[in-house]
Design a protein around this ligand. Structure first.
Ligand SMILES: Cc1cc2nc3c(=O)[nH]c(=O)nc-3n(C[C@H](O)[C@H](O)[C@H](O)COP(=O)(O)OP(=O)(O)OC[C@H]3O[C@@H](n4cnc5c(N)ncnc54)[C@H](O)[C@@H]3O)c2cc1C
Length: 442
């Protein structure tokens, strides 16, 4: 009797899951059935989302189609919502609400993360996060709308509030959003005669840490701070939000900032599917050993933001939530799964930091490839080159948008397709718009 091929099911096609699938398909040569379950039909290149939100890139540029990109991998569109580790079955709901399930011989959990919440009054109701495509589309429209409504307003206070944007969290996400945001609103204002000669839009970037980019090399923080300051972004370190209301935010310093825009970039929390498993976690991430294996379940692997992977370079710590780690963990998981099926030998996950890039808009960036600190246009070129190389597709389209942005004015139109209620901060699947709940301001 012919032996059935082992079935490997990967949940999540982000940085970790995509690279697991790609590496496995190369290693397996058809000897295993590889199934990839994902909530969207594309791989989202998250690091370029700030450029989508600020009108530089069209959204589909950062959405690399899964179909045709992963030969030998069966794609399943849906949200995994039922994992039975004892019976080795995974269940999912497709976009039309139908339930399905499938058995597996090996399972990879690479479900990523969602917005991290903090118990601050009013934040869940009035802030918007920045994890997925719907939030980026919403923010692009929202910013545009605020400038248009400010132009139409007769009341000076309303105009000032609508032209004020508060970003909480000065990690790489918040820093990029504020840096790009200031340039975007400056460009929008130039088209609005009543605002053109008035007050310039204000961007505030807050963090409780003493410097921007607190988790990165201090030399990158210095570069980013210099660029932000020169651009006019107000950086408030040692400061957070004490309360958010419909009309503005009260800072921990006691100051009240009138605004209609609170952008929440305080970090990420592992996808709720992890907590539902009832397995051991660290900081909400699923505990795995150095081989990306879930203890007690040799057939289950986890990687990326959802997994607490030991950082062998820093004993006692777990690897940070970055795309760089997620990609490499995905490859390591693939190698170790192949080893568990009798092909090759397994190896622990080890990764040497190759540096980081932070795009600050225009020709500015802060980068430290191989620990060499770079700033200005050189860093800008390295950053864009890095992103083009790291993307698994759509490179020409992205480069074309960058070229258009360099020579043409920014397009200031809102399509209004993603409303505020579709992107609540407290959302378990930031990759897809939420079902209407009502009650939130558009
Ligand atoms: C705005 C922003 C900018 C960033 N910039 C950088 C950067 O410059 N450099 C860097 O190294 N890191 C950056 N990061 C962090 C980086 O994006 C994450 O660490 C990385 O995406 C983690 O990869 P992942 O595969 O674990 O998760 P993700 O890339 O988030 O992928 C998770 C996938 O799982 C799918 N999924 C989730 N739940 C389910 C489910 N139940 N069923 C089916 N599918 C599911 C999702 O649709 C998604 O496709 C940035 C993050 C953000 C938000």
């Amino acid at each position: 009797m012919k032996r059935r091929r082992p079935r490997i099911v990967i949940v999540g096609a982000g940085f970790a899951g995509f690279s697991t699938a790609r590496r496995l398909s190369r290693l397996a040569h058809g000897a295993a059935e590889i199934v990839l379950i994902n909530s969207t039909d594309y791989f989202l290149y998250v690091p370029l989302l700030p450029e989508v939100a600020t009108g530089i890139l069209e959204p589909r540029r950062v959405a690399v189609p899964l179909a045709g990109t992963l030969p030998g991998v069966r794609l399943v569109l849906g949200e995994a919502d039922a994992l039975d580790l004892d019976r080795r079955r995974v269940g999912w709901t497709d976009p039309e609400g139908h339930h399905h399930d499938l058995g597996y011989d090996r399972l990879v959990l690479a479900v990523g993360s969602v917005n991290k919440l903090l118990p601050i009054p009013g934040v869940v109701e009035h802030a918007h996060g920045f994890r997925g495509m719907p939030e980026a589309l919403y923010l692009r429209d929202h910013i545009t709308r605020q400038i248009e409504l400010a132009d139409a307003a007769d009341d000076w206070h309303e105009r000032a509030a609508r032209c004020t944007f508060v970003v909480v969290g000065a990690g790489y996400t918040g820093t990029e959003v504020a840096a790009h945001g200031q340039r975007f609103t400056d460009a929008l204002v130039r088209r609005h005669p009543r605002l053109k000669f008035g007050e310039r839009p204000r961007w505030l970037l807050l963090d409780v840490a003493p410097r921007v980019l607190p988790e990165l090399d201090p030399r990158m923080s210095d570069t980013a701070f210099r660029v932000l300051k020169k651009r006019g972004v107000q950086v408030l370190t040692g400061t957070s939000v004490a309360e958010a209301t419909e009309d503005g935010v009260r800072l921990t310093s006691g100051r009240f900032v009138p605004t209609r825009s609170l952008i929440w970039c305080v970090g990420a929390h592992p996808d709720p599917l992890v907590a539902d498993l009832g397995l051991a976690t660290e900081k909400g991430r699923l505990i795995v050993d150095a081989f990306l294996n879930v203890p007690g379940h040799p057939e289950v692997f986890a990687c990326g933001d959802a997994a607490a992977v030991p950082d062998l370079g820093h004993p006692g710590e777990i690897a940070p939530m970055t795309a760089q780690h997620a990609v490499r963990q995905g490859k390591a998981a693939a190698r170790n799964i192949a080893a568990s099926c009798g092909h090759g030998t397994r190896r622990p996950y080890e990764h040497r930091d190759l540096g980081f890039v932070v795009d600050l808009g225009g020709v500015q960036a802060a980068a430290n490839p191989f620990k060499v600190p770079l700033s200005g246009p050189v860093a800008g070129a390295v950053t864009r080159g890095y992103h083009l190389l790291a993307m698994p597709g759509n490179r020409v389209r992205v480069a074309a948008d960058w070229l258009f942005d360099a020579v043409l004015p920014r397009q200031g139109v809102q399509l209004g397709l993603v409303r505020a209620r579709a992107v609540p901060l407290e959302h378990t699947a930031p990759e897809v718009p939420a079902a209407p709940r009502g009650g939130q301001r558009d």
